[in-house]
Design a protein around this ligand. Structure first.
Ligand code: 6PG
Length: 239
């Protein structure tokens, strides 16, 4: 694993850096395999990055889009990560609908939908028996409680090792999430972290040791390249 931390002067610089890295990873995957698999984060930080990626001239038919987590709401709900990504990016480019793989949230049972998504992943990705899928690029955010994707502190989802997709929960509300081993199998993971409210959490995650139960982002140690893109406000306490 290679780990790189960059503190960017402002949101625009962070967005530009994220786009540069994404394009590098996409081009490397296309050169190596002729296709690329990208996992999207939700929340608010990624939105301008998705909008900037929509402006890129990329071979969209060769790019497969997945999600790292999803709130358990209707696809058109304002809280939906799928809705945000479609509005900011996916609906703006010539991505075939068959290349977009949102997490299902309409079975009325998050465990059933988690299983359905895992089956979708197994259908889309060639993965050896007992192995985990190796996504080319995974975007992640981090909450001020140290969660990432929908892997929240002290939840059972953190310990799931025998599934690719599981059910997380925040404040009693279910969410679908990729599991830690799936994220860690990625060729490249890019954390996008902004805001002064995260400066103490980043010290805990990046500069202290301890269990991942308290700060789940600690658990993300991918086999491939790990980027932490942090704005000055969030990185204010990092030495
Ligand atoms: C979600 C995200 C979540 C997010 C963090 C940071 O569904 O909310 O996947 O893990 O990345 O909560 O969110 P912000 O980028 O909005 O701070």
């Amino acid at each position: 694993m290679s780990k790189t931390l960059e503190i960017l002067p402002n949101l625009e610089a962070l967005q530009q850096r994220a786009v540069e890295i994404a394009i590098e990873e996409i081009q490397a995957a296309l050169k190596a395999k002729g296709e690329c698999s990208i996992v999207l984060a939700g929340g608010s930080t990624p939105k301008p990055i998705y909008e900037a990626l929509a402006q890129q001239n990329l071979p969209w038919t060769k790019i497969q889009i997945f999600w790292g987590d999803e709130r358990y709401v209707e696809p058109n709900d304002p809280q939906s990560n799928q809705r945000m990504a479609r509005q900011a990016w996916l609906d703006q480019v010539d991505l075939p609908a068959s290349n977009i793989h949102p997490m299902p949230t309409q079975a009325g049972n998050p465990w059933e939908d988690a299983q359905t998504y895992e089956q979708e992943l197994r259908r889309c990705l060639e993965v050896g028996t007992g192995k985990f899928p190796e996504f080319d690029l995974i975007f992640l955010g981090m909450g001020d409680d140290g969660h990432t994707a929908s892997l929240f502190p002290y939840t059972a989802a953190l310990g799931v090792k025998d599934h690719w997709v599981t059910v997380g929960e925040k404040d009693g509300q279910p969410r679908l999430t990729l599991t830690v081993p799936v994220i860690n199998a990625a060729r490249c993971v890019v954390f996008l972290v902004t805001g002064a409210n995260k400066k103490d959490t980043l010290v805990e995650v990046l500069q202290k040791t301890g269990d991942g139960l308290a700060y789940p982002a600690r658990l993300i140690q991918p086999q491939g390249r790990l980027w932490w893109l942090i704005d000055q406000a969030a990185g204010a306490k990092l030495s």
